[in-house]
Design a protein around this ligand. Sequence first.
Ligand SMILES: [Zn+2]
Length: 288
Amino acid sequence: MAEIKKQPLNKSQLVACGFIIVSILLIIALIYRGTVMVNPETMPVKSGPGISYSTVKVSKTHRVLITGERHSWYRVRLNDHQSAWVPSWLIHSHTPLKKSNYLAGATIAIDPGHGGSDSGAAYFTDSSKSRYQEKTYTLAIAKRLARQLEKAGARVVMTRSKDRAVGLKERVKIAENQQVDCFISLHLNSSPNRNEASGVTTYYYHQNRSKVLARAVSRHFSNLPLSNRGIDFGDFLVIRDTSIPSILCETGYVNSKKDFRQIRRPSFQRRVAQDIRAGINDYLKQIQ
Ligand SMILES: [Zn+2]
């Protein structure tokens, strides 16, 4: 019987083996890079890149191949005959949602009024020594609202996220370019003379979805320590010259001592943000 002697691999054979192993690993890495896990329980699965498209039925979680991307949504291949779209930010989120909700997959534009050289209205102390500017508080509320919406699975587009001037038409353009589902402009009211008026008003311009959104948000403002003045028609450029459902919230009179005492409080700002988030959720429930 012939004896089979094991020959150690020579140098060129070792190089060839190494090459094959590296190639296999690279192919696996490439396949996984282009795939994502889709879980219909925790994210919307739609027929197009947005929550307004119809829902595609997917029975269980599975790994799918990405075949395209638009407005931060991935197009994925479910099987040989069917594609669907999923929000990319929910796929890559470090804190995945436990359950999908109406805000999950929505894109919301938040527009903190004024900024930079445009400080908006102001509150002056009795001695007129200190001046508190509207732009500071619209941004503070906007940041709280952004955090809450993101926590619920929405994507947020801010027209400004720091103290800088942005033109009114530019604000609309930012939102239109990002295909947002609704636009929330944040302001504080001001009366001709100080301490003359008080309360929260929600403005809409367009009758259709903007008015539905205004009603949905305004309903929640009734839990605030300031009176809820309800909804009203308002001829403001950012909610007028747009195709997006848009509202403008004036959450208190900045030149009223009573209102400003609330406006400056983090607890009030948080409650305003919670109310707007809840209102947007109700609105999305109505339209989806
Ligand atoms: Zn303003």
